[in-house]
Ligand binder design. Structure first.
Ligand code: VG1
Ligand code: CO
Length: 539
């Protein structure tokens, strides 16, 4: 039986950088999730011919929301649903499942690296047939629907058992509970040399992987332990938990602190990686060494030939504008295309689909390639291990040699969190206004050479996107300002700071960027607007 339920719109269902992200309590309001799902389906024609993937990172409210999607999909006459067993699918594996099965879209229930639980965050990433998250025009159309919705359709039936693999049919919808791991593992085997990696991980090389109680734990156990022979226990925090064990599943120096402490201790392993809640972000650490994600993209690109799948050559490389310029030098040296896009993985999709790029990355602990249309934490880990297996060098040696070859971009991101939205908007608008007048001015010895909004013209669909403000200095340093699109309380001002040097390769970023950090505050007047003397989070 199908029920048609009368509803009233919520005014705040606009997707941000990566889907819709809300406080869990907001997402759990009556009809909130149903409204959003029905609004998505309202924008998709001929649902009786369409197939979708459903999965999530295992956070609180996932399984309840999944049952809702299933019932709304049945009521809307969707042809087929592929659902990850127990409601689990990582963001990268989901992209692969979508592409492999030529699905029309997918829903990964995740607020990514944001904390989970009833007091945490909930989210939904909506992908289209490209295998990646929907484009801005599609999210705009969905947002319009959310503002006028008056009813949604929902099937009245028992909850579907998500624990058993198999196929069943309800009304006209076929439902298949699928293994969320196997296809992804097979895909990784087509890219990397698993035999060589097994030799490394069964040697005396010490490896750990922190899944942060997110969705990658089972993937990592299957790949690194079962397939590649790493000792049992190499995967830390391996079981997905609804509240991530009370942790913040964000793989960076602050939130993956216990892993960082281990890697800077006397019995540090040779290598560590961490992934975020939904498995698309990664952090790479060596013994007493941290690899900045911008450098990570640059190093992987420079070493593409060491990986079987890329030996015949790669297309170009792309980064978000806020990411450091390191990979630009590598692209130049390799004579491959280089692109700079707004923040958010969706902007890489057209570049991959049109064979303009093979690799891409963001400063926010994201690296990936065109094997899928999302960033991929396990892929990045396997890539690093492959470089180590081939070169027999440590993470620190590989990175240092890279800096010796190309110079180093010291890089930091300063986040000013929980700013009232109107104040943040005013700060950005005022800053944009004054950019032209800044050119030629000198602050603490740094002279501004250019200052402008970042505008991206997509070479494929010709759309134009404005995202953030960039200040360039004569010595090649840059400061990028933008507001976060993934937060759930107030606004976050992100200030990205980089400085290029060819000597002094092993200093602390905080030391090398002290003046520029101060300059970033002078220019934005963040203290005047927010009262904040310093950032809340530095990564
Ligand atoms: C942040 C990062 C961005 C990333 C996005 C989604 O967005 O800065 O680089 O693509 O999160 O990451 P924002 O708008 O808050 O700066 V995740 O792991 O959700 O998919
Ligand atoms: Co994520």
């Amino acid at each position: 039986m199908i029920n048609i339920v009368k509803t009233t719109p919520y005014s705040d269902q606009k997707m941000g950088t990566a889907g819709l992200r809300k406080k869990t309590a907001i997402a759990m309001q009556e009809n909130y999730f149903e409204n959003f799902m029905q609004s998505i389906f309202n924008t998709i024609p001929a649902l009786d011919t369409k197939s979708f993937l459903i999965g999530g990172d295992g956070r609180y409210y996932n399984t309840i929301a999944i049952q809702k999607i299933i019932k709304i999909a049945i009521a809307n006459g969707v042809k087929k649903l592929y659902i990850g067993q127990n409601g689990l699918v990582s963001t990268p594996a989901g992209s692969h499942i979508l592409l492999k099965n030529h699905l029309d879209g997918g829903f990964v229930l995740s607020a990514s690296h944001n904390p989970g639980g009833i007091d945490g965050d909930f989210g939904i990433k909506y992908a289209n047939a490209s295998g990646g998250q929907c484009q801005p025009d599609e999210s705009a159309a969905i947002y319009e629907q959310t503002k006028i919705i008056t009813e949604y359709k929902i099937a009245v039936c028992d909850d579907i058992d998500l624990s058993k693999l198999g196929t069943m049919t309800y009304e006209n919808t076929e439902i298949e509970i699928i293994d969320p791991y196997q296809d992804y593992i097979s895909l990784m085997k087509t890219i990397f040399d698993f035999k060589e990696l097994k030799t490394l991980l069964t040697s005396n090389f010490k490896f750990v992987f922190d899944a942060m109680h997110g969705v990658t734990g089972p993937y990592a156990q299957k790949i690194f332990e079962d397939e590649l022979g790493a000792p049992h226990g190499s995967i830390l925090n391996a079981n997905p938990l609804e509240d991530f064990g009370g942790l913040h599943p964000d793989p960076n120096l602050i939130y993956a602190k216990s892993l960082v402490d281990l890697m800077y201790s006397d019995n540090a392993p040779d290598f560590a990686a961490a992934n975020d809640g939904d498995g698309d972000r990664n952090m790479i650490l060596g013994n007493h060494f941290f690899v900045n994600p911008s450098d990570c993209l640059s190093i992987l690109t420079d070493n593409y030939k060491l990986i079987p799948a890329y030996q015949k050559g790669i297309f170009g490389v792309a980064k978000s504008a806020a990411t450091s310029s390191a990979v630009k030098r590598v692209a130049k040296a390799l004579n491959i295309g280089f692109y700079e896009v707004p923040t958010g993985w969706k902007y890489f999709i057209h570049l991959m689909d049109s064979n303009r790029i093979t690799f891409c990355g963001e400063e926010s602990f994201g690296t990936g390639a065109s094997h899928i249309r999302e960033k991929d934490g396990i892929w990045a880990t396997l890539f690093w291990l492959s470089i180590i297996a081939k070169t027999k060098k440590t993470v620190k040696e590989i990175t240092l040699e890279h800096w010796q070859k190309y110079g180093r971009y010291y890089y930091l991101r300063n986040d000013y969190e929980a700013i009232p939205q109107d104040i943040a908007d005013k700060l950005m608008a005022d800053l944009e206004q004054k950019l032209p007048s800044l050119v030629g001015q000198t602050f603490a010895g740094y002279t501004i050479s250019e200052a402008h909004p970042f505008i991206y013209n997509d070479p494929v669909d010709k759309s134009s996107t404005k995202n953030g403000l960039i200040v360039h200095f004569k010595d090649g340093s840059r400061i990028v300002y933008r507001l976060s699109g993934t937060g759930t309380s107030g606004a976050t001002l992100r200030t990205y700071i980089e400085r290029y040097v060819t000597d002094k390769l092993l200093e602390e970023p905080e030391t090398m960027l002290k003046e520029l950090s101060d300059v970033s505050r002078t220019i934005s007047e963040v203290t005047k607007y927010t009262g904040k003397q310093k950032p809340d989070i530095i990564t």
